[in-house]
Ligand binder design. Structure first.
Ligand SMILES: O=C(O)C[C@@H](Cc1ccccc1)[C@H](O)SCc1ccccc1
Ligand SMILES: [Zn+2]
Length: 171
């Protein structure tokens, strides 16, 4: 399992670089990220969150958690002005959930783990998730869209959750 960086760690603000070649090392990182995502009960995970600053996202929206998807060098283009609210969470901001509005329908252009082209128009949770993950690759965290007060509360909440986890870990 890979350690997930927690807000407000400044490393989460690093801009991810494009992947030049899908090497064996990157394939290992992909499977480690998928395993880490499942363990953390996430439906998406960006490489930035595990302190690897390359343009790589893994995702699995399936019920049985057996359909992982990989997006390399993704580009997301909003297709409509209309925005849709969604109660978002983030593995880097544990136990904090709040409403974020994002474009309802987007186009995803990327490469998959075999270097094959992905070019899809998506809506719903997949559209929310890919935009949330793309933000991570650009050093943006969903709490950045919330009020200052909510950002302060989020920082305090994460500090508390991490203390509890440390205590649990130590036992
Ligand atoms: O990037 C992450 O931190 C994983 C995110 C992905 C996500 C955020 C908002 C909306 C959809 C996906 C989540 O922690 S995964 C946990 C989760 C699952 C279902 C709905 C919301 C959050
Ligand atoms: Zn996140």
């Amino acid at each position: 399992l890979l350690p997930i960086l927690s807000y407000p760690d400044p490393r989460l603000r690093t801009i991810a670089k494009p992947v030049k070649e899908v090497t064996a090392e990157i394939k290992t990182l992909i499977s480690d990220m998928i395993e880490t995502m499942y363990d953390a009960q996430g439906i998406g995970l960006a490489a930035s969150q595990v302190d690897r600053h390359i343009q790589l996202i893994v995702m699995d929206l399936s019920e049985d958690k057996n359909a992982p998807r990989v997006f390399i060098n993704p580009k997301v283009t909003p297709l409509v002005e209309e925005k849709q609210p969604y109660e978002e969470g983030c593995l880097s901001v544990p136990d904090v959930y709040d409403k974020v509005e994002r474009p309802k329908k987007v186009r995803i252009e990327a490469l998959d783990e075999n270097g094959d082209v992905i070019d899809e128009v998506v809506e719903g949770l997949l559209a929310v998730c890919i935009q949330h993950e793309m933000d991570h690759l650009n050093g943006v965290i969903f709490v950045d869209y919330l009020s200052r007060l909510k950002q302060t509360r989020a920082r305090d909440k994460v500090r508390k959750v991490l203390k509890i986890r440390e205590k649990q870990g130590a036992q």
